[in-house]
Write a protein that binds this ligand. Structure first.
Ligand code: 13P
Ligand code: ZN
Length: 300
């Protein structure tokens, strides 16, 4: 049984119950949750979240967990197996959008469309301790988010907290016409818009089409996230990591905007060679001036 089905099974068998009246700042009014909700609304407004498309997770700080704890369920649901395991996330807490829930509804009813989950001491299961009202369960992509968080915590020394998955139109369109390799797609984006090499100096990882929502895509994405801050899923969407909501959203926005510019330029010239582009020497000069640790393998 995959994560999605086992989550349903666990939730069907037991109902979480809330505490009585509690004092403190409600979870919805905590600064991290305001940032979470704002990103969901911004992504919806960009047109990246048709239906229930996309999902968002945030790894909470100990202080945020303490501030929210009074509002946690008195009797959380049973542990839901994740199908993957991470030692460095034992006992962690995440805010997560709900499976099948719509980004556009997050600001209207946050406690229904978003939850807080606790990871068990073994680092291989989660349970809902707040939100996801009315039988909600964590995003079907939570195993991917979980494995990527684990890798990003390692490679960033713990500063990475946000993972954002969206279905941006132009990024997905590009994967139908371009070779699905990181070097080709990264170079295309770096050369489409000057700021790109600054926003993602390591480049963008690329995965071929895979079945979403399982352990296989989780492992493959987390492997690429050892190198890249963002990974494209062909014919599906994009995963971006960040230390905060601004950086994760900003990365998604930059990659989609560069893709949009490239698509428009290709339409304008009918798919042939471009008259003007940024040279590899030019990209190196930006990196030198700003001291960027660029991926040299992606330059000629
Ligand atoms: P969820 O509704 O389960 O988060 O799935 C949306 C999605 O984008 C799957 O890749
Ligand atoms: Zn998706």
């Amino acid at each position: 049984m995959g994560f999605f089905d086992s989550a349903q099974d666990v939730i069907d068998k037991g109902v979480s119950t809330a505490k009585g009246v509690v004092s403190g700042v409600a979870v919805e009014r905590q600064p991290f949750m305001k940032g979470f909700v704002r990103l969901c609304a911004d992504g919806w407004n960009q047109g990246w979240h048709e239906r229930n498309g996309g999902n968002l997770t945030y790894r909470m700080t100990d202080g945020e967990v303490a501030d929210c704890r009074p509002f946690f369920y008195e009797n959380p649901c049973n542990w839901i197996p994740l199908g993957v395991q991470a030692d460095n996330l034992r006992g962690a807490y995440f805010a997560v959008t709900g499976a099948g829930r719509y980004m556009r509804n997050v600001p209207l009813d946050t406690a229904k469309n978003v939850g807080i989950v606790e990871i068990n001491p073994e680092g291989n299961a989660c349970r809902i301790v707040w939100g996801l009202k009315d039988g909600g369960k964590p995003s079907s992509e939570f195993p991917s988010h979980f494995m990527i968080h684990s890798v990003r915590v390692d490679v960033t020394g713990g500063s990475s907290r946000v993972l954002y998955h969206a279905h941006p139109i132009n990024v997905v369109a590009l994967t139908s016409v371009m070779p699905l390799d990181a070097r080709t797609i990264t170079r295309t984006l770096w050369k489409a818009m000057t700021e790109c090499i600054i926003a993602f100096p390591k480049g963008v990882g690329v995965l071929p089409w895979m079945v979403p929502g399982g352990a296989e895509i989780a492992m493959a994405t987390s492997e690429l996230m050892k190198t890249y801050d963002a990974v494209i899923w062909a014919q599906h969407g994009l995963f971006c990591s960040g230390s905060d909501f601004d950086s994760a959203f900003g990365l998604m926005h930059t990659i989609e905007k560069a893709s949009d510019i490239y698509v428009r330029a290709r339409l304008l010239n009918g798919g042939g060679e471009f008259a003007n582009t940024i040279s590899d020497e030019g990209l190196r000069a930006i990196a030198r001036n700003l001291g960027l640790g660029i991926n040299e393998d992606f330059l000629d």
